[in-house]
Ligand binder design. Structure first.
Ligand code: XMP
Length: 523
């Protein structure tokens, strides 16, 4: 469902750039709702949506390669302000008749830029000399007719250009990246001075409007929410509970792939905290049966996703006889990473992982509709909503736990024994991290059952046991992440304890891969 209050929207038109979500996040930081659509979106759709501004993202291609993503130049004639970033900047130049060529010197990293038109709206309150983040091999060798060059660097004669009469602006660098020291200011200038936005995207109005919209849509019907106990579904439960109180039933599917004691924690938290109808369905055996012999990561995800739903459908049938809505805690990145763009449209980005809550819903299921009150939010926005709703801090700031649970942390076939080993190892890690004050200071950490076995020695005996990996990351938005520099002595204690306390493990490795090229989870 969409939220009524989103009257002021900016479109991030995605040309395949790795920072497309970051751009949307930055726009939202300035209190303006941004949505991402692929470059294949028809211009009619863009016209109808009444965007206050459009941002062309970067992308890995060359505009003079006709296979690269292009767009009809008519988009520059809609009267909607446009900001082109990197590839988007070159694309604007190309569309408007300028020349783009391979740069004699590629620029990568922090670069000094000189603003040559200080009175440009884009550069209001930006010093003439500042530092920006560049990453390009092509450049604009000749700006289009009528455009004025507004910034340059030593190796890039057109680092920014504009045609203010048509509200067209473009920058070769990446203002969305924090390394661009005044990047945020430039985006703010574009949004407020060029697009003339007012800044309506605030969490208070989000809650009010969503609650009102939920009440209107649901009326006196029932809602069954799939609750995992993670941040997203908990906040969705909080919102729905505020909107419809006892008409909400939360179904918690314990698929046997939770962390150690997690099922009990979730049950206790939700039955004590909220005055809501809470149902726990223990169905570990059912999941294990379906997963027997399956090793392919996507297949595992699909099976877990399908089984999740199968359980929910049974519950819906049992509880509401088809006369209920189904709700879940899907958030914006789930849709983007699963290739489902805003509004249910397939986006241009490639499918990285199918998130469990993005599987299709079987046609023979009789229910009133799907409710995803957080579908337009990023994780940190979800947390803000959670706090505003009064959901306890520990719950709102809990580490994310993937819907498929330990299923995506066991490489290869999932068996009860592997689940037991992983739960025990992970419990040791969590225990040590909590003792050292890392519980809420790191975005996410967990153990992974790697599926590898290694030779070791214990006492005088040769062992041939399982290798457990520790994964820990720092990240703001989970779209990119760095591996966490956990002090060696903590890692040493964890390693010692796991190999001593957990049967079946004789080696611990530490994952030092960032995202990209890795992902946070192993599968
Ligand atoms: P990746 O592995 O995609 O993880 O870099 C990014 C964040 O998403 C979580 N994750 C999931 N969450 N359902 C979820 O609800 C899923 O299928 C899923 N897969 C990954 C992951 O734990 C991390 O926080």
């Amino acid at each position: 469902m969409s939220v009524k209050s989103i009257t002021e929207k900016v479109l991030v038109l995605d040309f395949g750039g790795q920072y497309n979500q970051l751009i949307a996040r930055r726009v939202r930081d300035h209190h303006i709702y941004a949505e991402i659509l692929p470059y294949t979106t028809p211009i009619e759709q863009i016209k109808e949506a009444n965007y206050k501004g459009i941002i062309f993202t970067g992308g890995p291609n060359s505009v003079f390669d006709m296979e690269s993503p292009h767009y009809t130049p008519d988009i520059l004639e809609l009267g909607i302000p446009v900001l082109g970033i990197c590839y988007g900047c070159q694309l604007m130049a190309w569309m408007a008749g300028g020349t783009v060529a391979t740069a004699p010197v590629s620029e990568y990293g922090k670069i000094d830029v000189t603003v040559t038109k200080p009175e440009s709206l884009l550069f209001a309150d930006v010093p003439a000399e500042n530092v920006v983040w560049m990453s390009h091999t092509d450049y604009i060798s000749e700006a289009p007719k009528g455009f004025e060059v507004t910034a340059k660097t030593d190796n890039c004669p057109c680092a920014a250009m504009e045609l203010p009469e048509k509200k067209l602006y473009a920058v070769q660098f990446h203002p969305e990246v924090t390394h661009s020291v005044y990047g945020s200011k430039m985006l703010e200038n574009f949004l407020y001075k060029v697009c003339e936005c007012e800044g309506q995207w605030v969490m208070d109005s989000f809650i009010e409007d969503t609650v009102a919209a939920l009440r209107e849509r649901i009326g006196d019907k029932r809602v069954i929410l799939g609750l995992s106990g993670g941040v997203d579904s908990s906040v969705a439960a909080g919102l729905l509970s505020r909107a419809i109180g006892k008409q909400l039933t939360c179904v918690f599917v314990d698929q046997g792939l939770m962390r150690k004691d997690e099922g009990d924690f979730v049950e206790e938290t939700f039955t004590k905290l909220f005055d809501m109808d809470f149902v726990r369905v223990n169905c570990g055996d059912r999941f294990m049966e379906k997963l027997a012999g399956v090793t392919d990561p996507e297949k595992k995800r699909h099976i877990i996703g399908d089984e999740f739903y199968a359980v929910f459908w049974d519950e819906i049938k049992k509880r509401a006889k088809g006369n209920a809505f189904f709700a879940q805690g899907t958030i914006y990145p789930d849709r983007i990473e699963s290739g489902n763009g805003a509004g249910g449209k397939k986006s241009g980005s490639s499918v990285i992982k199918t998130h469990h809550n993005q599987r299709g819903i079987p046609a023979d299921i009789d229910f009133l509709g799907v409710i995803e009150p957080l579908q337009d939010l990023f994780k940190d926005e979800v947390r803000k909503v959670g706090e505003k709703l009064g959901i306890p801090h520990e719950l709102v700031w809990r580490q994310p736990f993937p819907g498929p649970g330990l299923g995506v942390r066991i490489i290869g076939e999932i068996t009860a024994e592997k689940v037991r080993i992983l739960q025990d190892a992970d419990w040791v890690l969590r225990d040590e991290m909590a003792k050292n004050g890392y519980e809420s200071n790191l975005a996410q950490f967990f153990c992974v059952f790697t599926g590898a076995k290694s030779v070791g020695v214990m006492g005088d005996h040769r062992t041939y046991e399982n290798v457990i990996a520790i994964r820990a990351v720092t990240t703001d938005d989970f779209m990119t992440a760095d591996w966490a520099r956990i002090p060696f002595d903590i890692l040493a204690t964890v390693s010692n304890r796991i190999t001593n306390e957990v049967d079946g493990v004789n080696r611990i490795v530490y994952d030092i891969t960032s995202k990209p090229p890795g992902t946070v989870e192993f599968e």
